[in-house]
Design a protein around this ligand. Structure first.
Ligand code: NAI
Length: 484
């Protein structure tokens, strides 16, 4: 029998996990559970990543973690256990499915508009690296990583999943009209991968437009793939479309380890009262059962859940307020009582089980993801981020003294808007500028040349940060300032 790791979590975690495992047991799901120590209470015991070394070892050897929500301890410098788990084990794709559930009334169900959307969110990169610095007392800077191999992993997963699911359409949500290099890279990889799947209708939509379209015509979308932060926001928007967080499941998929959990948190306001809705965790459990090839078993329980919802049975957070709400355990018992029944609306087809045993990898070293090096690479300049509260012309005058015979001062910008050589006195300034030096004639320069420039500028200003300007195969690998 396949063994998986289970972490019950904090707050309502243990209540909803016990309810779901009770349903699995009654359905004779052929799984064994190894409960591991993970969560806020483990953190409080002094384990800074929120899990014991034994828990980490068990999860790494079993490959599957079914988890309840976990509280993030408050305070600076403390990382979320949930995010740590996703990043440590490289679960690069966060898959969330949002479907109309009969018995869960929403604006769309009342209007007869069916929803069946799967959001695939990149789970590792973007601003979630949390690499942030104060450059001056007034200016904070965060770094946003979008990588080609990271984008490739999640986008390939999204296409494979869409193909298996028989999706009508796969859409990339992005903001590459503004973030031309970062979101531009994600979008480029999306269209490259799309060529390998000619049978799927692949298109892209700018994320703000996507949000508008999702709330007006959600039935037009099927699979949507996005970068981390945009995916985070759009998936909560979709949770709202189908009835809220109580119905939002999530799977964090990696090559070696996968984590299945509900989208919602620990609900401290209702913890310990046996009134929480276990549906989202149960739906996440279905995702896990299907991941393990337990199709028939999953469909049987799913049909019982859908039948239960259709018949008007509900917990306190949804459904007809004129009928009494069931407790968490009563709701689970009602589902068990409906095993074998089929809902009137869209029963799940019982495809035969085809068991998949999670592959146990023993990795000797960290996998290095690297695309093939492309073309000739040259350094052609540098952006120096400097602290100053002077006017742009005064700053430019001083900078021009330092250019040596190698560099020319091309532009000075403030918060990304060009203020020199051209600009407007109506542009508000903060005390941190970016000065862009490019090599004369676009000739390659060395890091030593850059260091020499840095040393000279340093005589007048504090250099808060630097970024080299690269040219690949004659193409600029950096963005222009607004107005440049
Ligand atoms: P939350 O999702 O815990 O609660 C938001 C609201 O939804 C509350 O009113 C709550 O009672 C309700 N709610 C949530 N799940 C419910 C359920 N199953 N049944 C009925 N009502 C439900 O979000 P909040 O309050 O922002 O976060 C609380 C804690 O959970 C924080 O420490 C946060 O860091 C953590 N969290 C953990 C997550 C995870 O483990 N993946 C995800 C989100 C938050």
């Amino acid at each position: 029998m396949t063994k998986i790791a289970v972490a019950k979590g904090d707050g309502i975690g243990p209540e909803i996990m016990d309810a779901v495992l009770g349903i699995f047991e009654a359905a004779k799901v052929p799984l064994q559970y190894e409960v591991v120590d993970m969560g806020k209470w483990v953190f409080d015991k002094g384990y800074s990543n929120g899990m014991t070394p034994e828990a980490q070892e068990t999860i790494e050897s079993l490959g599957i973690l079914f988890k309840g929500p976990m509280e993030t301890p408050k305070g600076k410098g403390v990382k979320s256990v949930n995010v740590t788990a996703r990043k440590t084990w490289n679960t690069y794709a966060n898959k969330r499915t949002f479907q109309t559930l009969h018995g869960v009334d929403t604006v769309f169900s009342k209007a007869g508009i069916p929803i069946d959307i799967t959001i695939v969110r990149e789970n590792i990169e973007d601003t979630y690296g949390g690499i942030e610095h104060m450059l001056t007392h007034d200016v904070a800077l965060g770094r946003r990583f979008i990588t080609r191999p990271g984008s490739l992993q999640v986008i390939k997963y999204a296409f494979e999943m869409a193909k298996k699911k028989g999706a009508r359409r796969i859409t990339c949500g992005h903001k590459s009209n503004i973030m031309k290099i970062t979101d531009g890279l994600f979008l480029e990889v999306f269209h490259e991968v799309a060529k390998e799947y000619p049978e799927l209708k692949a298109d892209d939509v700018i994320v703000d437009d996507l949000c508008m379209k999702l709330v007006s015509r959600p039935d037009l979308f099927d699979v949507v793939v996005l970068t981390n932060l945009q995916g985070d926001i759009v998936s909560d928007l979709c949770a709202g479309l189908v009835g809220g967080l109580g119905f939002a499941p999530s799977a964090n998929i990696g090559d070696h380890i996968s984590i299945f959990e509900a989208v919602h948190g620990t609900a401290p306001d209702i913890a310990g009262k046996n009134i929480a809705n276990p549906t989202a965790l149960l739906l996440s459990g279905f995702g896990m059962l299907r991941h393990l090839g337990l199709m028939e078993t999953s469909a049987m329980i799913e049909n019982a859940l859908l039948y239960t919802l259709e018949s008007g049975v509900h917990t306190g957070d949804f459904g007809d307020k004129s009928t009494p709400a069931l407790s968490t355990s009563e709701f689970a018992a009602a589902i068990i009582g409906n095993f074998g029944k089929l809902p009137a609306n869209h029963p799940k087809p019982a495809i035969a089980n085809h068991y998949v045993t999670p592959t146990h990898f023993k990795l000797e070293k960290n996998p290095m993801l690297e695309s093939i090096e492309m073309g000739q690479e040259e350094i052609v300049g540098v952006d120096l981020f400097i602290e100053s509260n002077e006017q742009p012309t005064i700053l430019a005058e001083k900078m021009l003294k330092h250019t040596l015979d190698i560099f020319k001062l091309v532009t000075i910008s403030n918060r990304g808007t060009q203020v020199w050589p051209k600009g407007s006195v109506f542009t508000n300034l903060v005390n941190q500028y970016r000065c862009r030096f490019e090599s004369i004639g676009d000739l390659p320069v060395t890091q030593v040349d850059v260091l020499e420039l840095y040393k000279r500028v340093m005589q007048d200003y504090k250099v808060c940060s630097t970024e080299l300007l690269n040219m690949w195969d004659g193409k600029k690998a950096y963005s222009l300032a607004q107005g440049q």
